[in-house]
Ligand binder design. Sequence first.
Ligand SMILES: [Zn+2]
Length: 222
Amino acid sequence: MTPQHHPGDDLLIAYAAGSQDEPVALVVATHLALCPRCRKEVERLEALGGVLLEEQEAEPLAEKSLEQALARLDEAAPDEPAQPSRQLARRSAEVDPVVPRPLRDYLGDGLDQLDWTAFRGLEKVELLPEFPSFRTRLMRIKSGTAMPTHTHDGSELTLVLAGGFSDESGHFVRGDVAEADPSVNHQPVADPGEDCLCLAVTDAPLRLTGPFGRLLNPFLRI
Ligand SMILES: [Zn+2]
């Protein structure tokens, strides 16, 4: 089944332009691995960007400098997807089939070897600590578990890798991207039957809003 919830156009445009911070680009790239529709859209945007760039460059150039510009274009490095920022000493021969390639490159020896911390039905592990203005986390929510109701000071992008969850904005399964911002006050609940594995990137702490939110906040740190 192809994803039903896609990143917004602004995210796809920024991805195609290569102007995204790595944690956000990682979410988009991982979604693209699972979503033919958005792959096609990003290809279209990249082609469009190339045409615009050509037009912009061609206009003021004399013939000779056009030649030089084209030569420079040949020298330019080809576009490449975001590269893993860590050198991986070795990669598990047995990869996690549930994790698509762009993300897999960040996971070293695989899901089971990560340094998970657990609290009440939620396991999490931090990725990309070298980007401290974001929190990039893999989360495993036990099937049927409800997360505390919360909102966000900034934005939250969540990509489902396995299982699924529901909140006030819909039902999200593998490949789907949920976007939340300060206007969203939600309580995600993992589907029954299978733990929900997801990749979540936030650019500001989230704020618990339920009756016990303030009390739980220091313990949860989600
Ligand atoms: Zn998509």
